[in-house]
Design a protein around this ligand. Structure first.
Ligand code: UDP
Length: 448
């Protein structure tokens, strides 16, 4: 129950329900159901898609959460993350069978599998030492801290936050994987994953490309989108490919000091930027600093800061956007790839280091800002600044400036976006995979 998981789940529901003889049922909780009500109503009423929504009570109080605290972005503090897992586990009796989707890439799913098989070999290494993961193509190097947090005991300290054994077991037991990706993006990793899952891995994305209503591009995951007109009007005035869009996701845990450093790095880059900052307890200090320093006035000819939830998909499709600084959440990564723009990568935790490696080292459409270790979820070390303004400035300039390397990166990004569009179009790989997925499930049902 987090934005990054629910948004593609709703898109996948629409994708499946648009095929003949398929009825989709979404099992969720009341607050989350309300957030998706209007796009789902449009799909049901206007597109006549057979989608049912079943809304079950989340046992919040039983799990030590305030009532109605049904999404990670509503948690009083990130340290209560474990309670939302506990509350979800308590729903089990209400939900007999669930097909689960958690939104990782093939690259990341394969990484999890290799760690499960060969994890013992690097258990004794220090947290920040680099090693090549056995069985993982491409000679990609990881540190233990950079591994996705499912890798219990091996990855970052974040694993202390919750016992994810059940999630990991469910993954191993699952009949197959539906992955929000496209085959052409991570073919080598998909092949290995297929071996592990007897071929039952269906890449059906990028599912964000299924949004045909402009309003659906706007209302994603959060009904209160901020400053839409203001933001689009501002972008309309800018030259093609001249603006870098900066958004570090729905659960950014960077310290105020680090965010101030980011602000100064953006200013120093001298590039035009559109920066989204969520309005939460954690960012109060940043906004106060911005006021004291007159930051927004200072950068007004170049930059705009949006407070709240931005219409990200709409922004990324705008012609003036020429780069995207992202925390490498899988949805944001795919949305950036689909928009055909180069990325500046700033992973924070979870699967995001995996996604950064795919973007920068495998498909080579991004530049690392230099965040080499995770931002801990438990609030430790919060005041530390570990990405300096000079690093921000350098990465932004590299991505936005032309030059041979920059142009080659931009060309690759455009080609990848074309591939993504072809994949979801009629006869494309993802389109075909939806068909084979449905056929496979029907065949399985007949056997029972
Ligand atoms: N998003 C948005 N507006 C915002 C921030 C995020 O629409 O201001 C959307 C974004 O387009 C993406 C999702 O929220 O679809 C974030 O998912 P992702 O996996 O990138 O990151 P997470 O939020 O899970 O860290």
């Amino acid at each position: 129950m987090a934005q990054g998981h629910m948004i593609p789940m709703v898109d996948i529901a629409k994708l499946l329900a648009s095929r003949p003889d398929v009825v989709v049922t979404i099992v969720t909780t009341p607050v989350n159901a309300a957030r998706f009500k209007s796009p789902l109503d449009r799909a049901i009423d206007e597109l006549r898609l057979p989608i049912n929504v079943i809304s079950l009570r989340l046992p919040c109080s039983e799990a030590g959460l305030p009532e109605n605290c049904e999404n990670v972005d509503l948690l009083p503090s990130i340290t209560s993350l474990i309670d939302i897992y506990r509350a979800a586990a308590l729903m089990e009796p209400q939900v007999e069978t669930l097909i689960s989707f958690h939104g990782f890439s093939c690259f990341c799913l394969l990484c999890l599998r290799c760690v499960k098989l060969h994890g013992d070999e690097f258990e004794a290494m220090s947290k920040h030492e680099y090693f090549v993961l056995q069985g993982f193509p491409g000679g990609i190097e990881f540190t233990r801290a950079q591994l996705p947090m499912h890798c219990k005991n091996l990855a970052s300290d974040s694993t202390k936050e919750g016992n994810l054994d059940d999630v990991s077991q469910a993954e191993s037991d699952a009949y197959g994987f539906i992955v929000n990706t496209f085959e052409e993006l991570e073919a080598e990793y998909l092949e290995e994953l297929k071996v592990a899952k007897q071929g039952r891995v269906w890449c059906v994305g990028p599912v964000s490309l299924t949004n045909c209503f402009e309003l659906d591009k706007l209302e994603r995951g959060n009904s209160s989108v901020s400053h839409v007109d203001q933001c689009l009007r501002w972008l309309d005035d800018k030259e093609q490919n001249s603006v870098i869009y900066v958004c570090l996701g729905s659960i950014c845990n960077l310290s105020s000091a680090q965010l101030m450093e980011l602000a100064l790095g953006l200013e120093a880059s001298d590039k035009t930027f559109l920066w989204v900052v969520r309005e939460i307890e954690k960012t109060k200090e940043l906004f106060q600093w911005m006021e004291e320093e007159k930051f927004e006035e200072r950068v007004s000819s170049k930059g705009m800061v949006i407070r709240g939830w931005a219409p990200q998909l709409m922004i990324l499709c705008h012609r003036s956007i020429g780069g995207f600084m992202t925390h490498c959440g899988w949805n944001s990564s795919l949305e950036g790839i689909s928009a055909g723009i180069p990325l500046v990568t700033w992973p924070l935790f979870g699967d995001q280091f995996c996604n950064e490696k795919l973007i920068v080292e495998v498909v080579k459409i991004g530049v690392k800002v230099g965040a080499w270790r995770p931002t801990y979820w438990n609030g430790n070390e919060t005041e530390e600044v570990f990405v300096k303004r000079e690093q921000v400035e350098r990465a932004v300039r590299l991505v936005m400036d032309g030059g041979e390397e920059g142009e080659a990166r931009r060309t690759r990004a455009k080609e990848l976006a074309e591939m993504a569009k072809r994949a979801v179009g009629n006869g494309g790989s993802s389109h075909t995979n939806v068909t084979t997925l449905i056929e496979d499930i029907i065949k399985e049902q007949r056997k029972q």
